[in-house]
Design a protein around this ligand. Sequence first.
Ligand code: ADP
Ligand code: MG
Ligand code: ZN
Length: 613
Amino acid sequence: MDTKKGKGLNSGVLLAFVLFLLAALWLTNLFEEGENEVTRRQFERLLKEKRVEDIVITQNKTVPTGKVEFITPEDEGDRLLCMYVSDVNEIQRYLDEKKTDYTMPDIQQDSWFVTTILPVLLVAGMLMFLFFFMNRQNSGAGTKAMSFGKSRARLSTDSDKRITFAQVAGLQEEKEELEEIVDFLKAPKKYIQVGARIPKGVLLVGPPGTGKTLLAKAVAGEAGVPFFTISGSDFVEMFVGVGASRVRDLFEEAKKSAPCIIFIDEIDAVARRRGTGMGGGHDEREQTLNQLLVEMDGFGVNEGIIVMAATNRVDILDPAILRPGRFDRKVMVGRPDVKGREEILSVHAKGKPLSEEIDLRQIAQTTAGFTGADLENLLNEAAIIAAKEDRKFLKQEDIKKAFVKVGIGSEKKSRVISDKEKRITAFHEAGHAILFHVLPDVGPVYSVSIIPTGGAGGYTMPLPEKDEMFNTRGKMLQDITVALGGRVAEEEVFDDITTGASQDIKQATGLAKSMVTKFGMSEAIGLINYDDDGDEVFIGRDLAHAQRPYGENVASTIDREVKRIIDECYERAKGIIHKYDDVLRACADLLLEKEKITREEFEALFVNGAGEA
Ligand code: ADP
Ligand code: MG
Ligand code: ZN
């Protein structure tokens, strides 16, 4: 609502209010005369005392209630009194009984004003009042009350608050991937001319606080296009059909201002795998999701709308959303490495005067696993501590205190990793990586990282496997060997071993067991399937284990065979790791320095003559 309308309304409301008041006054006037009212008891007494004259009974319209007016003579002169009765007939009978005269004129006709004008005025006043009230609510809190179905999208084009890639620190690869989208939004013609198909949807996937929202805003900022943003949870509200109509509305608005970006934050709230919803929200979400898919299919390939979405749970998304022509591009937004963290720190240190002693690099080194949001929070807490002490700059001490506060306060998000843990992880991952590289049928290594993610201390990622129909015995053995490589490397360097390899061991055991019981790859067992799990996961799976379809003899043979395979692979891993001991150390060092290394950096370690001894 614009302000002009608001003013008009104000005087209208005032008028309505005054009318209302007058009407109310007038109405109460009708029933006034309270002073001269007597009770039935008083009336009967007066009657007995013969002090009642000139009785006039008036019956109200349509109802038996009425009023009895009479005169009672007093010393100072006559006085007009009245009494209200609930049943006029009853009072008539009573008076007849007492042989008292009275007059009763015909039922009183209300004046034209009362019957016609007054109700109209009252209703009009009420309506105006109501209207004003709702309006107030509207302008007060965005667009509630009367616009449920409207999209809640906020359009941000303010050029002064524009976010650019410069404000997004680290995330170099991610920015490069999005550069193309920016270019398309800037100059769509260029792409359309050569018949290029630009992705319609880009899904940003990563843990909370890693800068997905920031990145999406920066894409819009870089391209200088309107940015419609809405959160998945905004769609999901109590009224069925609202979400769907919001989606429709959002796309309609966006089409008007193409080229532009629609950003759906936390898309998992609406695009959860269908059929797994709980309770009442289910239908509503499904409708919303369907509408979203319809809209995304509905606009042409190069209409200049790019739908970006963010989630930290890609695994729970409905697969329909990831189909070609929808969110066909995925950008993984990971936790920052040391360099990234230093850059993020310096972005957020702007506007916070730091004392000389503060070394951002050193802070970056001690914050493995922190996200951008965590780092921003860290500096902010430090600034608050400085402000509390009335200082105009931040000291190292403030950061330290903030570190404790943030690190302990958000245990689940990011725990502070000790140097020792980091070192162990580095060797562990280096062990996996070396085996991936050396063994012929696995790998090559795509990247190695010791940035803590969720539960894991780090990861070694091979290039995606080629789609091969059959797995070979040799490859399975190598997979087991790789899985054991982490533990083997830990043993090679440290006296003690950690619990960090439990997942690896589980994986290796599972593989070995399949080889024996499912794939007939063990001579001692032969070509017999003893796999009792089936491929389905069902509840009570462990119970099923208890009643295996084979005897103790077979069971112990299986166990022996599994152990044999694991032992052989373990020895093989040990031999290789030992042989490449210097690569292992070099790799771990590099990991400790950079936290994340690429394929090239990793392979360069082998070229330098290492390991060939
Ligand atoms: P997400 O959407 O991934 O949960 P946000 O984009 O909302 O994370 O990030 C929250 C805040 O953390 C941002 O507003 C910003 O202050 C800070 N932040 C996160 N990542 C970065 C980054 N790469 N560079 C600068 N600041 C960042
Ligand atoms: Mg976000
Ligand atoms: Zn491992």
